[in-house]
Design a protein around this ligand. Structure first.
Ligand SMILES: C[S@@+](CC[C@H](N)C(=O)[O-])C[C@H]1O[C@@H](n2cnc3c(N)ncnc32)[C@H](O)[C@@H]1O
Length: 378
């Protein structure tokens, strides 16, 4: 099957951006599956094609290839090999990260002998059987669980949660550096744990000393790494709060408090002073349209956190939305520091860990950015 793309689509592919939007296809056809993308009758790329989706084509290769078991085996093996160095640090990591591992729509997370997978595009979903077969052959897992992602609806697919193979642990202990975290593989957010923050937890944790405030803590990763004399966790989800409690016990934290509340309300009343504050909220703005509200929310969080941060203390900010960039975080920190009458020095620029690759030909693959600041008063 051939699908003709527009000039703008062709220009994008020349720069190896692998997505073709609905309006970048000259004439849609009634078909779903593997196609050759062509421009002026010349072959450009092999892609998954799904006219139902806003992203109607996702490139698999810029060369003529056959998409068969061997093709998937090669790419999966390549992704597995890339993660070898992580095996010394942790028993849990992302093995396959969609386009950033040249497998559009395929997410595979490894938790010890368990695999948690998501198929987020119709293209990859149609190869589910083959992919599961390969994962079993290469990794011999105890079980494979499919986690349904809402994104599937945009591809005209049903959201399914199911065991695809063997038996998957309901509960699993992640061992990461010298820390341990309990996680529920079938219920937790994302595919169970925020694996992408692994390296940042270690870097930021090194600045923990006297009193740490971990805002939007989820399972408590940052606060636990910080291992301060006292840690306060603020998290709204009851399930996440129960995980923080268990993780504090697992890691022998003695002085801590878990506040189950909305961070915005908590900051209105909080009076304690800290030497490390982490702000890692969910994506307030998923699109450019909701950016204004997100900027306002962020400003409130930074201004009020700076009030609680002592002179010489550290502030870590993370954004997991493309709508709020690293530059936005710096701009927001600057305007907030002026209100606080303090200066902020950049200690580290941070991003998602290496098992969630950032390929420069796919700008969207940089989805988590952060900055660690030191506050100083003159
Ligand atoms: C990006 S996650 C934090 C990840 C965590 N820092 C880690 O490294 O594992 C955001 C967390 O904020 C929580 N959350 C969302 N809105 C909140 C609010 N208004 N107040 C408190 N927590 C909130 C979510 O339940 C989620 O656990």
């Amino acid at each position: 099957m051939k699908v003709e793309i527009t000039k703008s689509g062709y220009e994008k592919l020349k720069n190896r951006m692998p997505w073709i939007y609905h309006n970048e296809i000259k004439k849609h056809i009634e078909y779903k599956g593997i196609v050759d993308l062509v421009y002026k009758n010349k072959f450009v790329a092999v892609a998954f094609y799904n006219p139902v989706s806003k992203i109607s084509a996702r490139v698999l290769s810029f060369e003529k290839i056959v998409v068969d078991k061997e093709f998937f085996e090669y790419r999966i093996k390549r992704a597995i090999k890339k993660r070898k160095t992580l095996e010394h640090i942790t028993n849990s990591f992302r093995l396959i990260h969609s386009e950033a591992d040249f497998l559009p729509g395929l997410i595979v997370d490894k938790y010890g002998d368990n695999l948690v997978v998501s198929f987020t595009t119709a293209g990859i979903d149609s190869f589910k059987g083959i992919i599961i077969e390969i994962l079993i052959e290469l990794l011999n897992p105890k079980g494979i669980y499919e986690k349904g992602d809402k994104i599937r609806e945009k591809e005209g697919l049903e959201v399914i949660n199911q065991t695809l193979y063997g038996k998957v642990d309901d509960e699993f202990i992640i061992k990461e550096n010298s820390k341990k975290f309990v996680t529920f593989l079938k219920e937790g957010q994302k595919t169970g744990f925020f694996l992408d923050q692994r390296k940042n937890r270690r870097i930021v944790g090194e600045y923990g000393n006297k009193k740490t405030l971990d805002l939007f803590s989820n399972a408590g990763g940052f606060g636990i790494y910080a291992n301060a004399n006292f840690t306060k966790f603020v998290e709204i989800s009851p399930l996440a709060c129960s995980l923080i409690e268990r993780n504090c016990k697992l890691n022998n934290l003695e002085n801590y408090e878990i506040v189950r509340d909305d961070v915005f309300k908590f900051l209105e009343r909080e009076k304690d002073v800290y030497d490390l504050i982490i702000i890692d909220p969910p994506a307030f703005a998923k699109t450019k349209a909701s950016r204004k509200g997100a900027i306002r929310g962020w400003k409130y969080l930074i201004v009020n956190s700076l009030k609680l941060l002592e002179d010489g203390g550290y502030l870590a900010l993370f954004s997991c939305s493309h709508a709020i960039s690293n530059k936005d975080l710096i701009d927001l920190a600057l305007s907030s520091s002026i209100i606080d009458n303090s200066y902020l020095e950049v200690i580290e620029f941070l991003k998602q860990d290496l098992d969630h690759p950032y390929l420069i030909n796919i700008p969207n693959s940089l989805y988590l950015t952060g900055v660690l600041f030191k506050k100083e008063k003159l």
